[in-house]
Design a protein around this ligand. Structure first.
Ligand SMILES: C[S@@+](CC[C@H](N)C(=O)[O-])C[C@H]1O[C@@H](n2cnc3c(N)ncnc32)[C@H](O)[C@@H]1O
Length: 265
């Protein structure tokens, strides 16, 4: 992974070179609407408060949990015991990006949602409240964390989520096989290039015109940046949006030629 200084430098370069999201120079009506309805929608949805109140509680929870730190997960190394507070602070998407994903789900309205990397379940809960009719599956290797996530789903009244406890390598294939199509998948665990490409290849046969993939931390390491570039080259991919901390992939065939956008967010 890049050190903090290198990552900050990359972020500044992204920020200065990205399109400002005002829609200028963006000729695709789909991307124009995405910017307007997803990136720039600053309404405060009632669901935000529900999940963020729980986040506040967990940020102050010093209960310790045993974990093994699967995947290239954080700047903190592989501690054996972490407090819930430290997980809530360091290992989950911030409010800004979790709420962006909430709006993305509202925008694309997927029937099924898959998530690789549940942690405490914040992003999963945002998906659930954005699209209560969707069937959501989320995968987490850490038993102790998955149990906490399930408790959080219960507390938030998220009844459309199934948590699978297991390593992606062991369970992902059969979950994908059980679905005719994957409408939306958030890949947010094991941030290694080779693993990310493997998950992408597994998902690819299940993509349709409406499918959307979101990859976390696409600029986190050289390895992840190469994986992102490989994904962009794949002919089935029609449009990508690079928001620095996440990369969004669309398969819509209305894009006759591949289009790649970097947009400031
Ligand atoms: C970044 S966290 C997920 C955060 C969550 N999506 C959110 O923002 O609310 C990644 C999670 O993936 C899990 N993970 C990492 N590698 C994994 C693997 N190979 N199989 C299953 N789970 C894994 C970790 O235990 C960790 O809890």
């Amino acid at each position: 992974m890049y050190n903090r200084f290198a990552l900050a430098k990359k972020y500044v370069r992204y920020y200065l070179s990205a399109s400002n999201g005002g829609g200028h120079g963006i000729h695709s009506p789909f991307v124009f609407n995405f910017i307007k309805q997803v990136l720039n929608d600053d309404r405060q949805y009632a669901e935000y408060e529900k999940i963020e109140s729980l986040r506040k509680l967990l940020l102050n929870d010093n209960t310790k949990v045993e974990i093994q730190d699967f995947g290239a997960g954080s700047f903190l190394g592989s501690a054996q015991q972490r407090t819930i507070s430290s997980i809530a602070k360091n290992a989950v998407k911030s409010k800004k990006y979790a709420q962006l994903l909430y709006r993305l789900i509202k925008f694309i309205q997927p029937n099924n949602i898959l998530e690789l990397g549940t942690s405490l379940g914040f992003t999963t809960a945002y998906f659930s409240l954005a699209q209560p009719s969707a069937s959501i599956q989320t995968i987490e290797a850490e038993n102790s964390i998955a149990v906490l996530a399930e408790k959080n789903f219960e507390e938030l009244g998220c009844s459309n989520i199934k948590v699978t406890i297991g390593n992606f390598d062991a369970v992902l294939h059969s979950i994908i096989e059980s679905l005719a199509f994957v409408d939306f998948c958030f890949i947010d665990g094991n941030h290694r290039g080779a693993a990310t490409l493997k998950y992408f290849q597994l998902l690819l046969p299940k993509m349709n015109n409406l499918s959307v993939l979101v990859f976390d931390d696409i600029h986190w390491s050289r390895d992840m940046e190469s994986a992102w570039e490989e994904i962009k080259k794949c002919p089935e991919v029609r449009c990508t949006i690079d928001l620095f901390f996440i990369g969004i992939v669309f398969f819509k065939n209305e894009f006759k030629e591949q289009q790649h956008f970097t947009i400031r967010f």
